[in-house]
Ligand binder design. Sequence first.
Ligand code: XLS
Ligand code: NI
Ligand code: NI
Length: 439
Amino acid sequence: MNELFSNIPKIPYEGKDSTNPLAFKYYDPERIVLGKPMKEHLPFSMAWWHNLSATGSDMFGRGTADKKFGASEGTMEHAKAKVDAGFEFMDKLGIEFFCFHDIDLIPEADTLDETNKRLDEITDYIKIKMDATGKKLLWGTANMFSNPRFMNGAGSSNSAEVFCFAAAQVKKALDITVKLGGKGYVFWGGREGYETLLNTDMKFEQENIASLMKMAVQYGRSIGFDGDFYIEPKPKEPMKHQYDYDAATAIAFLKEYGLDKDFKMNIEANHATLAGHTFQHDLRVSAMNGMLGSIDANQGDYLLGWDTDQFPSNVYEAVLAMYEVLKAGGFKYGGVNFDAKNRRSSYTMEDMFYGFILGMDTFALGLLKAAQLIEDGRLDSFVKERYASYSEGIGAKIRSGEAKLEELASYAEKLGKPQLPGSGRQEYLESLVNQIMFS
Ligand code: XLS
Ligand code: NI
Ligand code: NI
């Protein structure tokens, strides 16, 4: 097979003083951090849609990047060329995982039957490559937002017929995820939401989404899928309002419908910020509910109100994100999937590599500095100390659930006045983080 990225070598780790643009400055896969190699802390993944499919087209202009990889567009030959490109790309960067939507893999046909045949053919081809290289599927998903039939959503569609098409796609996407040994299956509710409540029965729609998810769990378990299902929250875009607004909303939904044992969160940085949260916030909410599953690594632009899906460059945020991941005990089946795309004017093949080098180095730095924050221990002990009044006496009684309102009221009366709570010391803590960041 021809080398597609023939002017690009394998990307080596050269360290922070390297000026070679095609080298990692911080991502050193075998370096041991907190007892295990970096590459195990950071199961990096390539997103089929952005990296192998997206050409940079936007509402105002055609694509700028050529992703035909020598084949003619929209053919099975093209689908296979994308597989070849993807595996060569992952090999050159030392990425172990990939993710896809069903129709990223093949051109969607007019009938389900033909689409499914194409999926069988391409996944046979992918499987051969996986067996030969050891690359793995992080998660699969179904694209239930591009086809016009999904204009009003998939599980939330007003049309029962469309609901059945969504079910068919989920079923097939689960089949191929299991066939390729994937340990994750994502629901991103692209159009599961509304434009106006004037035409929407919100409760009805949410019940239907839950039914679709229940059927997916039932079917998935029946064919041997023993990994995690994920909801990937996003507050808006394409819909004005999306039901999986943020981690807190999605987790409440899962608990309401009894899906919380099978599902975890796939948190995307840019979605968290669109919801008005930090990336760290949505990771914390997931972690404290035991549901931090996986990450879609990217970043938005604070001046823009949409999902710009940029490669992550903000080290500060990556540190705080990896701090949450480490505290939560790392990933089980999840990983760091670069749901990120090059800017429209970064249209060359080299740019595809620069994007990943940027993202992987940013997360490597994030990991290193988060580990240092943990080893340093000052943040942890500050937080612990901040709640010390609950470790004995009346505080301990509140924590254990023994306290009654009357008892606390008379305790307060006897005190007359409480002492002021200790200082939050935010500025001190921020400078502590800077000290570690730049040490
Ligand atoms: C879009 C989402 C999407 C999911 C998978 O905003 O991030 O790409 O990750 O459907
Ligand atoms: Ni995503
Ligand atoms: Ni996104």
